[in-house]
Design a protein around this ligand. Structure first.
Ligand code: PHE
Length: 341
């Protein structure tokens, strides 16, 4: 029997060596070590041997089985390792390949423009203020020197919510709120960005909803020349260092005198082109010295205090700066448009 066992181990080793995949190896395992294997047969025949030989032969069979099992185990590991090596070879990562780019969102051009204006004024020592979009009539009109039935209320077609509350038609009510809050009459130097609403039909240049940035300075000495200097700095920061400004008389009920502010055309440098309608100047905003009636209404003595206010139309600035010819593009959220800026 010893002969037979040795012979079988030899055969098994040879066969194991020739195997190339795990499936065949498993089949081989059951062939040599399974229930129907020859070794199992030997075990069954043990009982026919004389008693003194039984342990010796039993040990021999077990030793042979273990030897075969070890060989199978080693072969299994070799096959698995080869598989991994092959995979590694085929699936090498090319670290020089460009990565997949993830689309990154960015701020809307109107937000960018507001932040640009804010940065200019923060640099000049201004604070940022906010007011509600649903505003009381008295702040939006009355205390800004626009009493009921004042014809200038027609300048701003309003969306009323109740008798005395409306969607604010401009950011100027933040002037009133700021002055009223300032009980100890410290110098006021604020800007107030925000959304405003008017009962307008939307077209290329009108939107029922748009954005303004209000500027307000009230102090004992703030003068028209301070306003002019401030406007020049803002215009040059927004439209280029060589820009000049021009003030034209205008009318707003809450400022006196009131001015319309033009910037020298940055496209033709004042020579005249389609951008500036051949005038060399582009109208950009309204401003003026705070009307005495506004100061009084807010508890300020106009003999002691004075100041100036500016109203930026954010869409207009953005459209001029970036050559946008239809205000509606700023509100349709077309990514092809938005992502250009
Ligand atoms: N509130 C004015 C408007 O909406 C703009 C403005 C603000 C004008 C401040 C002068 C001073 O048209």
């Amino acid at each position: 029997m010893q002969e037979k066992i040795n012979q079988l181990v030899k055969e098994a080793k040879k066969e194991i060596e020739s195997i190339g995949n795990l499936n065949d190896l498993n089949l081989l395992k059951s062939k040599y070590l399974g229930k129907k294997s020859e070794f199992n047969q030997f075990m069954k025949e043990l009982k026919n041997l004389p008693n003194e030989e039984k342990p010796k032969v039993g040990q021999m069979i077990n030793k042979a089985k273990n030897e075969i099992n070890d060989h199978i185990q080693i072969k299994k590991e070799t096959i698995e390792q080869e598989k991994i090596n092959k995979q590694l070879e085929q699936e090498t990562i090319d670290i020089s390949l460009p990565g997949k780019s993830m689309p990154v969102g960015k701020k809307h051009i109107l937000t960018q423009t507001i932040e640009e204006i804010e940065d200019i004024f923060i640099g000049l020592g201004y604070e940022i203020k906010e007011g509600p979009e649903q505003e009381e009539d008295k702040y939006n009109f009355e205390m800004l020197n626009l009493p009921k039935d004042h014809p200038a209320r027609d300048m701003q077609d309003s969306l009323y919510i109740s008798e005395d509350s409306l969607l604010r038609t401009h950011t100027s009510p933040v002037q009133v709120r700021t002055l009223l809050e300032n009980a100890d009459k410290k110098p006021v130097k604020i800007i107030a960005p925000g959304t405003v609403y008017r009962k307008d039909d939307d077209d290329q240049t009108h939107s029922h909803q748009f954005k303004q940035v209000e500027v307000l300075v009230v102090d004992r000495l703030a003068s028209l020349s301070d306003l002019k200097g401030t406007l020049l700095i803002a215009a040059q920061k927004l439209f280029g260092a060589e820009r000049e400004i021009r003030l034209r008389p205008s009318y707003f009920p809450f400022t006196e005198p009131s001015v319309e502010v033009d910037v020298s055309c940055y496209q033709c440098h004042g020579k005249g082109c389609s951008m500036c309608k051949n005038t060399g100047w582009i109208e950009v905003l309204g401003a003026g010295m705070v009307n005495k009636n506004v100061l009084k209404a807010c508890g300020y003595d106009p003999e002691e205090f004075q100041g100036f206010a500016i109203g930026f139309g954010v869409e207009r600035i953005a459209m001029l700066k970036h050559g946008i010819d239809d205000i509606r593009q700023l509100y349709t959220n077309d990514l092809r448009f938005n992502s250009q800026f």
